[in-house]
Design a binder for this molecule. Structure first.
Ligand code: MN
Length: 735
């Protein structure tokens, strides 16, 4: 059984300066808390963290990584919480343990297959530090090595996950050895029968293959010597079972047809020139297969792999592959990022050189990025920890449904976005949400790894305020759709009211007209509309005038006869005339007079004054509500463009008086109020109310309510006040 001293001696072999005390403390803490726990094999649980630490030590990672290896399952599997880890081991280790615990949750939660891609992205999104990836891979490797005691179903599930998620990550990070071992173990546990059959088949041929390899190796070695090409060693290998199995399945061929079943590898001293020299020797011995030559030294692979690959045909017609690379290239091919890590650090000796660690982080990001699509990495880093931070998905966030399905959403997404991503019906009836079991407001931002449960109620509907809390276009368009449906219903109701009112003015029984489906449909058709409901909606939106509908109903003669305008002159009570000019229709839109039958009222929020620029909004039950164009509410109303109508002030002989409140900011001196009221009285304007105040910073605040006819009049009043000595500013107050 492995002991902590083995781990420590591996660490100190590679890093004589390492903080051994930290590792010992981590070990004692882990031993204390895992005490009494056993693995499926019946062995003490502690073996697992020790072996993980050993793998990390062999990868030559720092003492922080090795200590985290020892502690990685403590939060997940014992009663210890993260705060305790932070108190005892500091921020760095607690952050790493936290990252690993979160990833462990993903495995538990993602029960659905067919989402490997998303789970892989999610794992990557949760990784905030380079070391988390390496520790996670070490953890997985040890678990895969010791799976034999688990039930077959569990073995299969973990193996599949390894193939889907962890082997590709190891591959991307250039960790060839890690990837191979993970894949072969996964293959063995996932398809035990096929593994056995293939292993048996290869084993049957092994003596023959090994003899061929020995022969090839001997030939290469003697030719290299003969030509004085320097080399470190020549290796021979039989193709790994997993990649062999994949190849047989993919190309539907038999074992004998695999040309690269065996391969030789020449390792040269660290100068790529040696590789090309060795290549020329190999091509001199055997005939190369032209299209199979690959120069991964000249053009390294995305994962920084470098090597020359060539396939040659030996005397007996046997084809095989020869790989040629320097020792350093070989080391990187086997260890990948872990090797970079080591080079960076051993070159420095300490953690001080941010630049080179930053470079490492960028390397890792560049390696992992092809597994995802994302934007450029953050360029600046401030300190050592910062330099190890990864943000592979600045744009995305991954969350689970309670059933374990992974949902990919943009950053900033809320439970409303989540609900619509699940199903539009879920979004439409969403009334609340739980994140990780807790009820949260619908505007809560979802974080990576959250489990989001949507609460729905049958007859509940989206609110327009939801538009402020969504980031996905799907949610936005569904909510908009719902709002427009609702507005249509409101418009139909308003249209019905307006038509009823108009009908009564013409002494037509509204009920009778509205219930006469055939007649309503006939009039609707006249307007190019198919249903009576559409006609009512059109009236409600202000597109069709109720008066014209009545005209069509009565016919020209009866209409003229009953027209109340002929019978009696009426005035527009509000003095506002609605004009059928919809925003966006341009200047040539028709101007229709005599629409005083539309309900018109002044908006209370801005109390528009004759002469000011105004705009109308068709509001349920209130008809057209007229706002000052600069009113702060207008922007919001503009969302429903088809309910906006252009309105203008009707010409009138009668002078209509309106109260407007004015606020003057003044110096704090005596007689200010009198000065202002005198100025107003001088231009023969009524004052309804006036009061003076002093602000905390000693500024006079004088509010006067004046009676004015129109904007011009108001401007005159404002101008007069402004000329009073001591007045600093004058403004109209919206009431
Ligand atoms: Mn573990």
């Amino acid at each position: 059984m492995i002991r902590i001293d083995d781990v420590i001696s591996t660490v100190t072999d590679n890093r004589p300066q390492a903080d051994v005390d930290l590792i010992r403390r981590a070990y004692l803490f882990s031993a204390l808390h895992h005490k009494g726990q056993t693995r499926a094999s019946g062995e003490p649980y502690l073996i697992h963290p020790l072996e993980v630490a050993q793998i990390l030590a062999e990868m030559r990672l720092d003492e922080v990584s090795v200590s985290t290896g020892l502690l990685h399952d403590v939060v997940e599997d014992t009663l210890v919480d993260l705060d305790t880890i932070r108190e005892q081991f500091g921020d760095e280790i607690s952050m790493l343990v936290d990252g690993l615990t979160k990833i462990a949750h993903i495995s538990d939660l993602s029960k659905e297959r067919q989402q490997a891609e998303n789970v892989r992205k999610m794992v990557l999104a949760m990784i905030t530090d380079v070391r988390v990836v390496l520790i996670k891979l070490a953890d997985r490797l040890h678990n895969m090595r010791t799976m034999q005691y688990l039930k077959p179903e569990k073995r299969a599930r973990i193996s599949q996950e390894t193939l889907d998620i962890y082997a590709p990550i190891a591959h991307r990070l250039g960790m060839g050895k890690m990837r191979s071992e993970l894949e072969d173990l996964a293959f063995q546990n996932l398809h035990p029968d096929e593994y056995k059959r293939l292993a048996k088949e290869v084993d049957a041929r092994r003596p023959e293959l090994e003899a061929a390899l020995d022969n090839i190796k001997g030939t290469i070695e003697s030719k290299l010597r003969e030509n004085e090409v320097p080399f470190v060693r020549v290796e021979g290998r039989v193709k790994r079972l997993f990649s062999l199995w994949k190849k047989l399945n993919k190309q539907k061929i038999r074992l004998e047809q695999v040309y690269d079943l065996i391969a030789a590898r020449i390792i040269t001293p660290n100068d790529k020139k040696n590789c090309y020299l060795a290549l020329s020797v190999v091509h001199d011995i055997w005939t190369p297969v032209p299209e199979r030559f690959k120069d991964w030294i000249g053009i390294p692979r995305d994962n920084l792999y470098q090597s020359l690959h060539t396939s040659v045909i030996a005397g007996g017609g046997q084809a095989f592959e020869v790989q040629i690379r320097t020792e350093e290239m070989h080391h990187i091919a086997e260890e990948g990022v872990a090797a970079h890590w080591k080079y960076k650090e051993s070159a420095l000796g300490t953690h001080d050189d941010d630049e080179s660690l930053d470079e490492l982080r960028r390397t890792v990001e560049r390696l992992l990025l092809p597994l995802v699509e994302t934007t450029e990495a953050n360029e600046n880093s401030e300190d050592f920890l910062e330099s190890l931070k990864l943000d592979l998905f600045p744009k995305d966030v991954y969350a689970f449904t309670p059933m374990g399905k992974v949902m990919q959403l943009p950053r900033g997404a809320t439970p409303i976005d989540f609900a619509y991503a699940v199903h539009s019906a879920v979004g439409d009836t969403c009334t609340g949400a739980k994140i990780n079991g807790r009820i949260v407001p619908l505007r809560t931002e979802i974080k990576n790894g959250d489990v989001v449960e949507i609460l729905t109620t049958q007859n509940s509907h989206p609110g327009s305020d939801w538009l402020n809390h969504v980031v996905t276009s799907r949610a936005r368009s569904r909510i908009r759709h719902w709002i427009s449906l609702q507005q249509r219903q409101e418009s139909i109701d308003l249209g019905r009211k307006l038509l009823e009112r108009e009908a009564e003015r013409f002494r037509v029984t509204a009920k009778k007209l509205l219930s006469n489906e055939q007649e309503m449909k006939r009039i609707a058709n006249d307007y190019g509309l198919s249903r009576a409901e559409d006609l009512l909606a059109s009236i409600g939106y202000g597109k069709t005038l109720p008066r014209n509908v009545i005209a069509k109903h009565l016919g020209p003669e009866r209409f003229a006869e009953l027209d109340p305008e002929k019978r009696q002159e009426t005035r527009i009570s509000s003095g506002v005339k609605a004009v059928r000019k919809f925003i966006g229709l341009g200047d040539d839109a028709i101007v229709v007079k005599g629409v005083d039958n539309l309900l018109i009222s002044r908006a209370r929020c801005c109390n528009p004054l004759r002469g000011e620029e105004i705009i109308g909004y068709i509001s349920l039950g209130k008809g057209v509500v007229v706002h000052n164009r600069r009113c702060k509410n207008v922007n919001q109303l503009m969302v429903n463009r088809d309910r906006i109508v252009e309105v203008e002030w009707a010409k009138t002989d009668r002078e209509e008086i309106q109260s407007v409140q004015i606020l003057a900011t003044t110096e704090n001196r005596t007689g200010m109020l009198a000065g202002i009221t005198n100025a107003i009285a001088e231009i023969k304007t009524g004052i309804r109310d006036a009061r003076a105040n002093v602000s905390k910073d000693d500024i006079g605040l004088i509010e006067v309510t004046v009676e004015v006819y129109d904007k011009k009049h108001l401007d005159k009043v404002v101008g007069a006040i402004r000329h009073v000595p001591g007045v600093i500013a004058v403004e109209r107050v919206n009431t």
